[in-house]
Design a binder for this molecule. Structure first.
Ligand code: SF4
Ligand code: SF4
Length: 339
């Protein structure tokens, strides 16, 4: 890997043109992960954020190696962990044997990744925990399960994976768990370019001052351990990232936190989409943006078509070119910091 390619991403953070692709903290669909990482790396994102799983990281690196060889680009590879229960780290499940035969299977219709197919329960690898299937079951048969690593296992995993950066999802009141997570991560002895801290307001029902206090306590902790942060403001988590209201929810969080957040780059996530850029006010203090559900949804049709051809997207030039054009349509407006 050409290390010089990785340095430019710090510049993007300073210039306010940082872009991250969120592959999904619970996404374990390996063929699609490789192609998704490839297409957004080639589109020019600075960072790819994937599940903390050895096989997932191997699939992501396969896509990233191909892009480095063919496009001369290499984003940071970030893995996401959580210091406690978090909806980004869940999977849905139900027992299909107890579903009535006459059920019209609304769960199957709403699932964006085809993780529920005819007669099946939830296909674990394809479920990324969006939660859309849970409320639509008329018999309330669908439950969620945690898909989290134990904090004490972070160090071992990170020493094997050697990511460029780690993100810790945290919640109000979990400063001790946060510090334990950080200590476990640092046991790996891997030099990390940044530790991203992801937290939001809406989901916890707390005030902006409380969130600020929580982030400042993480700031003190990161300083003690000589780590550099990225503050990921999680506007409307797992919102499917569609439409103006989710875009505005993410921006509203930035506007609330801009002047009271601790030092370090502020990056938006959770509800961000192609509309977000149009609602940003000047001097917003934004260092960057992350795209999750919307980015995956845009590329999904190409992945499905490639699969039908029994190929990977990178092996199908016509589909790759079209998918890359679509990815660039989302990314390009953010590559300059003139928003
Ligand atoms: S709708 Fe979402 S939570 Fe339910 S199975 Fe599909 S991906 Fe998983
Ligand atoms: S909607 Fe509920 S009852 Fe119907 S197939 Fe899905 S899980 Fe089973």
């Amino acid at each position: 890997m050409d290390q010089s390619l990785l340095h430019s991403h710090e510049v993007a953070l300073r210039q306010g043109s940082w872009i991250k692709f969120i592959c999904g903290a619970s996404n374990e669909d390996l063929p699609s992960i490789s192609d998704l990482c490839a297409v957004y790396a080639a589109a020019g994102v600075n960072c790819i954020d994937v599940a903390a799983d050895y096989a997932v990281v191997a699939a992501a690196r396969e896509g990233l190696d191909w892009v480095e060889a063919n496009h001369g680009l290499r984003p940071w590879l970030m893995i996401s962990v959580t210091d406690g229960k978090d909806i980004h780290f869940r999977k849905a499940f139900f027992d299909p044997k107890i579903c009535p035969k006459e059920c019209k299977r609304p769960c199957e219709k709403v699932c964006p990744t085809n993780a529920i197919t005819k007669n099946s329960g939830v296909l674990n690898d394809l479920c990324y925990g969006c939660g859309r299937c849970i409320p639509v079951c008329p018999l309330k048969l669908i439950n969620e399960k945690n898909n989290t690593l134990k904090i004490e296992d972070f160090g071992d995993l990170i020493s094997r994976i050697k990511p460029d950066a780690v993100e810790i999802h945290t919640s109000p009141g979990r400063i001790n768990e946060f510090e334990n997570s950080l200590k476990s991560i640092l046991k790996s002895k891997v030099t990390l370019r940044r530790i991203a801290v992801s937290c939001g307001l809406e989901i916890h029902g707390i005030s902006k001052y409380k969130l600020s206090q929580e982030l400042w306590s993480r700031h003190e902790c990161l300083r003690r351990y000589k780590q550099k942060p990225i503050w990921q403001l999680d506007g409307r988590p797992m919102s499917s990232d569609i439409g103006i209201s989710t875009a505005k929810a993410a921006i509203s969080l930035l506007e609330k936190m801009h002047s009271i957040a601790p030092p370090g780059p502020l990056q938006l996530a959770g509800g961000t989409n192609s509309q977000t850029i149009h609602y940003l006010s000047p001097n917003n203090g934004l260092a960057g943006i992350a795209f999750g559900g919307i980015a995956r949804k845009l590329i999904q049709p190409f992945l499905i078509e490639a699969k039908a051809k029994n190929k990977k997207l990178i092996e199908w030039p016509e589909g790759w070119d079209k998918a890359l054009e679509v990815a660039k349509g989302l990314i390009n407006p953010w590559l300059s910091n003139n928003y």
